[in-house]
Ligand binder design. Structure first.
Ligand code: NDP
Length: 316
């Protein structure tokens, strides 16, 4: 006899761990009914401020946060930090109960995810890797893309929870598939940023104003999200808002390069992009935004990618 699949968890007690630049706006969508939210953050003041602002509970430890939760969501810099939160006094494994679904929204790595899934599986907890795309603005708007690795039936159970912050939720394959795809996506983002910067620098040296070059590229075949959105809004404007740290993009491209090597896929462009973003991260530091990598290309070319004074005067 076939057993019915578990019902979706519409009413759920959610523990959210990691209230960083993207975790915080994601968690905000879960702060109201039908979920009851408990938050935990390494820097406790952040969790306390979030709890006070949204009328939810701030837990003192990961164990306290996950005790009694039906769904646990983590959003930390790398899988290393997620794995480190599992064990030890006050760790996740001390509080988590069998039957809980653990959703890791970190942009992590497939190898560590497999280890985490095994450790959680041993205590009856299902693991999904569920990294997100869409940036902090997508998190604010609740329109993130969520790419999920793990059991498709478990995903169906927690889909109503993920839909609170995600618009497109896609099952990608077994545990680690979401993390692998996210790393590949971000490696492509990095490639587009770097290629657009080099292209605009070369065009500028040939006498084409960067604003004019972008206008043409964005109506031609060289366009990308980088050329259509990031460069006009962040580079030409010289605004460079800090929404997604270069350190994190460096980590993502590194994961994609590692996955390529492990799979023995020759991927010279990807490996070079990993090297360039490591170099940019070293040069610009941990606080820099990912789009600031463009500044390295500008330095090398002795060419700022800003509209010329004449174009600024015309309001271009
Ligand atoms: P941030 O650097 O803004 O925040 C990191 C979070 O992790 C903070 O809550 C921080 O706590 C916590 N943290 C850091 N180290 C530890 C540790 N050792 N133990 C426990 N907690 C720790 O990162 P983001 O929010 O930007 O990114 C989170 C994840 O989401 C990353 O994997 C990133 O690649 C991914 N992502 C980010 C996007 C973005 O636009 N920002 C877009 C898509 C994915 P504390 O407050 O104490 O520092």
């Amino acid at each position: 006899m076939q057993t019915a699949p578990p019902a979706p968890l519409v009413m759920s007690r959610v523990a959210f761990l990691g209230l960083g630049a993207i975790g915080s706006p994601m968690a905000r969508h879960l702060a109201t009914a039908p979920s009851a939210l408990v938050v935990w953050n390494r820097t406790a003041q952040r969790a306390e401020a979030f709890a006070a602002a949204h009328g939810v509970t701030a837990a003192r430890s990961p164990a306290d946060a996950v005790r009694g939760a039906t769904v646990v969501i983590t959003c930390l810099p790398t899988s290393k930090e997620v794995e480190a939160l599992l064990g030890g006094p006050g760790g996740i494994l001390e509080g988590i109960g069998a039957g809980t679904v653990f959703v890791d929204c970190t942009s992590g790595d497939p190898e560590t995810s497999a280890r985490i899934a095994t450790r959680l599986g041993a205590v009856g907890v299902s693991f999904l890797d569920a990294p997100v795309s869409g940036g902090t603005s997508g998190a604010e708007a609740g329109t993130l893309t969520v790419m999920v690795g793990g059991d498709a039936g478990v995903l169906d159970q927690v889909r109503p929870v993920l839909q609170r912050f995600g618009q497109k939720i896609v099952h990608c394959g077994p545990v680690g598939a979401g993390h692998a795809l996210k790393a590949v996506n971000n490696a492509m983002l990095a490639t587009h940023i770097w290629a657009t910067a080099e292209g605009l620098a070369v065009a500028a040296k040939a006498g084409v104003d960067p604003a004019v070059a972008l206008e043409v590229i964005n109506a031609s075949s060289g366009r990308s999200n980088a050329s259509m959105n990031l460069f006009p809004e962040r580079v030409l404007s010289r605004a460079f808002p800090r929404t997604f740290r270069l350190a994190l993009l460096d980590k993502d491209v590194g994961i994609a390069a590692d996955v390529a090597r492990a799979a023995r896929v020759p991927a010279p462009l990807l490996q070079l992009t990993a090297e360039l973003f490591r170099l940019a991260h070293d040069a610009l530091g941990d606080a820099a935004d990912h789009v600031e990598a463009v500044k390295v290309v500008e330095q090398w070319a002795h060419q700022e990618l800003a509209p010329s004074a004449a174009d600024r005067w015309r309001g271009a």
